[in-house]
Structures are given as C-alpha cells and as structure tokens.
Write a protein that binds this ligand. Structure first.
Ligand SMILES: Cc1ncc(COP(=O)(O)O)c(C=O)c1O
Length: 367
C-alpha cells in the first residue's frame, strides 16, 4: 500500500507502530488458562466496581453526567484536597494520558529521554508527535536507574524525561535519593513524566511518590491507572496528577464526554474499595516471596520487583519459552520486546496461578 500521499505527515509515517496480539496456544488440553502476561490484577476487578457497573448498565443511553470535571473533584477528595481539582488529567487509560502529555508538550524535533528496557508504547507515542526518543538504558546487570547517564543526555532540546517507577518489565526502581538527585539537577524547563502505575505494589521504604514532589511545585506529571490494582484494565481509565500550571495547560486538550459513564462509575467505586486494594497487595507480596524462594532454590536469576510482576532469566530462548508455556496454558511475556533480551516477565498471580506457573516453568530447568 502506498504511504506517499502528500497529506501524510512525515513523522507519523516514520513512527514505529506499536503492536500487541494475543498469541493462540497450539494445544488446549489443560484445565485452566492462566494469563500472567499483562500485569493485570489476578484477584480480579474490584467487587464494588463490578456491582456499580451492573447497576449502571441500563443508563448508557445517556451521555456521561459524571463528566471529567466531576472526576477531577472525586480525585481531589481522594487526595484529601492536598491536590485540587484541575491538577488531574483524566482519560481513557494511562496510555491516553501519555498521548495527551505528548500532544501538549512534544514538538517536532523535541527530545524525550526514556530508559530501556521499559514500557514500549512510549516510543510510538513520542514519535507520533515528531519527538526524538533518546534512550539512556538502565544500568546492567542490576537494572538500576542511571541518573548520571540521563543527566548527561539532556540537551537544550530535551522536553521530557520519562521515569518509570517501578519499571516495567524489570520491577526495579529509582530510590528517593536517586530521583531527587535527578530532579535537582534537571534544567527547570524539562518536565518529568513519572509513571508510577504500579505504586500500590511497592513495599520499599525509600520509594519516591509523585504527589510529594507535585506539592513542592516541581515540574512533574505522575501517571496512575485503574488497570492494575483496581482490576479494571478492560474499562480503560487512568489519570495524571500534576501542578496547577501544567494541569491547566494540558486540560485544554479536552473533548466532551471523553470517558465513558461506565468507566467513571467503576473508577469512583474502585477508589473506595480499600478492602480489595489491601487483599490484592497481600496476594502480590505473599506470592512474590513464594516465587523468590522458588527461583532461588532452582538457581534462576531474577530481579527483585516492586511491581505485581517478576522478571527472570529464561533457561531457554525467551520467545521459545513463552510459546511453549502458552501451549501448557500459562501465558507469560518475553522481555525481548522491551529490550530485556533473554528474560521473561510473569505477573504475580493467586497462589494457584503461581503454582501452575512453577509446575510448567520448572520443566524447562536443566532441560
Ligand atoms: C509502565 C506502564 N505504564 C503505563 C501503563 C498503561 O496502562 P493503561 O493504559 O492500561 O492505563 C502500563 C500498562 O501495562 C505500564 O506497564
């Protein structure tokens, strides 16, 4: 197909296309399928959200009365008014918040720093605005954050530094001291997009939270989603949190009734579902310990994680491993697509899912 129509924008033509297809297992003779490939909440959706959705379904003939402004107010109350309405960017998913951010802040030729291996859609979203991706990889072999490398890569064209904390797929994190060193040294016009969508699963004491720096007036946009701990990945709802100045600017990128009625209703209820949040955290923290023990006993290299997933070294080619595990009804994700070649990432599941993962995975050890 021709891609040379005169109206086509050069930077969109050149952008790398993000693709994600669910692979199909060749065998299906397993009792139960475990999808441990997308870091969803294996405990399921917030029951409060599900109940509210069931009650709200017949109202979908109307436009969303619970519009973005009301969502802002709900979030401000959720943050005990420490952040105010107008400091949030509400959207259909974290990814859409990233699109709004890049649409508002990235110009053709702007440089955006990312640190691979990391969440792959950043690249595409930056390139669609004509931005240039500058990759400053995490330090190997521990995948720690390279503060000095990032600072050295900053130029007068740098618009955004993306910090993914905890990082996907490695599960590793930049400490408070590292993050503050970065913030203190960055030129004042550079904006940090601080993607902390997995923050609920963090158990480290020295983890930096976006909210604290926003309150200090730093140029930060935190990224949150309802896809992870709240178990609402299919509803597509997320938000950014930022300073009043950045919020006012980015909220100009608005369209009426952006988020569906059902998504906002589910989000409001999920925010109140502290029981579900707590139970999900416990499932992940317990599962993580169990998996670490298994990896250690078997001598498999893994990276301690602050997310609801663990990345480990694949005993065989990681794409081959994922395909073969898929045939046994366990879906995990090769790290190769993220830049972690030879590694595999699994979502921490229920104990039953973790055991089934281990049962299948361990057949590849010493094979
Ligand atoms: C690091 C990171 N950021 C953002 C997202 C976006 O989540 P969503 O678009 O479902 O809100 C994900 C999803 O996996 C992620 O891993």
């Amino acid at each position: 197909m021709s891609t040379t129509h005169p109206l086509f924008k050069k930077h969109i033509q050149k952008a790398s296309r993000f693709q994600l297809r669910k692979p199909t297992p060749k065998k299906t003779n397993w009792d139960k399928f475990y999808k441990l490939s997308s870091n969803e909440n294996m405990m399921g959706a917030s029951p409060r959200a599900v109940k509210a959705l069931q009650q709200a379904i017949e109202g979908v003939y109307e436009y969303d009365f619970y519009d973005d402004y009301q969502f802002q107010d709900v979030l401000a109350d959720f943050y005990n008014q420490e952040l105010k309405s107008g400091q949030f960017i509400t959207a259909n998913s974290g990814v859409e918040v990233l699109e709004i951010i890049c649409r508002g802040l990235v110009s053709v030729g702007s440089e955006c720093i990312i640190s691979s291996p990391t969440f792959s859609p950043y690249k595409n979203i930056i390139e669609l605005e004509g931005g240039v991706v500058v990759d400053v990889p995490l330090n190997t072999p521990d995948y720690s954050y390279d503060v000095d490398g990032v600072l050295a890569a900053v130029t007068d064209k740098t618009a955004i530094v993306f910090v993914t904390n905890p990082n996907n797929p490695t599960g590793t994190y930049a400490t408070k001291a590292e993050f503050e060193r970065l913030l203190d040294a960055l030129p004042k016009d550079v904006i940090v997009v601080y993607d902390e969508v997995y923050f609920h699963f963090v158990d480290a004491d020295d983890f930096p939270y976006a909210k604290d720096y926003i309150k200090e007036g730093r140029n930060i946009i935190g990224l949150h989603t309802f896809s992870k701990i709240y178990g609402l990945a299919g509803m597509r709802v997320g938000y950014g949190l930022t300073t009043p100045e950045i919020g006012e600017y980015l909220n100009k990128i608005f369209r009426p009734f952006r988020i569906s009625t059902l998504s906002t209703i589910a989000a409001y209820e999920a925010l109140k579902d502290t029981e579900h949040v707590k139970a999900s955290q416990e499932m992940v923290w317990e599962g993580k310990k169990w998996l670490y023990d298994k990896f250690q006993e078997a001598g498999v290299r893994y990276w301690p994680s602050q997310g609801n997933f663990v990345m480990f070294k694949s005993p065989i080619n990681s794409i081959e491993l994922t395909l073969q595990m898929l045939d046994e009804g366990v879906m995990v994700r090769p790290g190769d697509n993220f830049g972690a070649v030879g590694c595999t990432r699994m979502t921490i599941g229920t104990q039953e899912a973790n055991e089934r993962f281990w049962e299948v995975f361990s057949t590849f050890l010493n094979a």
